[in-house]
Design a protein around this ligand. Structure first.
Ligand SMILES: C[S@@+](CC[C@H](N)C(=O)[O-])C[C@H]1O[C@@H](n2cnc3c(N)ncnc32)[C@H](O)[C@@H]1O
Length: 277
């Protein structure tokens, strides 16, 4: 997918900020393509789950933090009646939206975010970058029509304490720490995501994890290389890695037989009861 963007000339300065302000800035050259690489790695899994849950004709859907809109468009392709694609920056969504796609520029952390009621509310790789995921899950659950389904996907880190010592492991740990220090990203709560859905009074809560294989030149390998490129300053600021470690980790991603593991995607879903509890 081709996208236009300004050149990425100025390096981010470090300090408290939000997603897209200092790191992952949408105006930076190639940012839409980076999001698309993540989408290429995960869309098939996401859409298989959404189809299994019934997404299709007759459904009104909300995709929160829709990015470049690949899931929103795929929902229309499987026959959803209407899809609202919400993002705090809609430059990748606004160009030539297909019939049925409503683009909504909105910050989902603000109290004013209440775009309606939906059969499906979906948020992928968004809540992990925001404060108070429990509050966000509860807010999104309130946007469901009776029997509607909330589907939340976020990253699960596999570089746990016993992961092999390697430049890849170091880079991945430095990335999570650096993103936490700069934009508040937190994936530690993600394994507990199903409990957040239960706390929001959703029923039949279920979860699954997909870990895409890291193969040379695969979309997921290119996604991490691009992500480390953008997060490099914040990774180095952690003191956990230097430039040469990151460069070596990027080379690992392209090495045949490399056996590191990408962060996985945990998807949790639950249904709003027919009547409010
Ligand atoms: C990692 S991208 C994921 C994009 C898409 N969901 C996907 O999986 O391909 C995170 C997206 O969330 C959006 N976002 C971050 N904070 C947001 C907020 N407070 N309100 C709305 N969107 C937000 C970003 O602009 C970005 O498009």
């Amino acid at each position: 997918m081709a996208h236009s963007a300004s050149s990425r000339s100025d390096a981010p300065t470090l300090g408290a900020s939000r997603y897209g302000e200092q790191v992952f800035r949408p105006q930076d050259q190639g940012e839409a393509d980076r999001i698309d690489l993540g989408a290429l790695a995960y869309d098939a899994t996401t859409m298989a789950r959404l189809r299994e849950l019934g997404a299709g004709p007759g459904w009104r859907c909300l995709d929160v933090g829709a990015g470049t809109g690949t899931v929103a468009r795929a929902l229309l392709e499987v026959g959803a009646d209407e899809v609202v694609a919400a993002d705090r920056d809609v430059r990748f969504l606004a160009a030539d939206p297909p019939p049925g796609l409503t683009v909504l520029e909105a910050d989902i952390t603000t109290d004013g975010f209440a775009p309606g009621t939906f059969d499906l509310v979906h948020a992928r790789f968004v809540l992990m970058h925001l404060p108070d995921p429990g509050r966000m899950v509860a807010r999104l659950a309130r946007m469901l029509a009776p029997q509607g389904v909330l589907v939340v996907s976020d990253a699960v880190d596999l570089t746990t304490a016993d992961a092999p010592d390697s430049s890849f492991t170091s880079a991945m740990r430095a990335m999570w720490q650096g993103l936490h220090d700069t934009i508040g990203t937190d994936v530690t709560w993600v394994p507990g995501c199903p409990r957040l859905l239960e706390a929001a009074s959703l029923e039949s809560v279920t979860a699954e994890i997909h870990v895409p294989p890291l193969q040379p030149d695969s979309a997921i390998s290119r996604f991490w290389a691009e992500t480390w490129d953008r997060a490099r300053a914040s990774m180095i600021a952690t003191g956990l890695v230097d430039d040469s470690t990151i460069d070596d980790a990027v080379r690992c991603l392209d090495a045949p037989g490399f056996c590191g593991h990408s962060p996985g995607m945990l998807t949790a879903w639950g249904h709003r009861p027919e009547a409010r509890p």
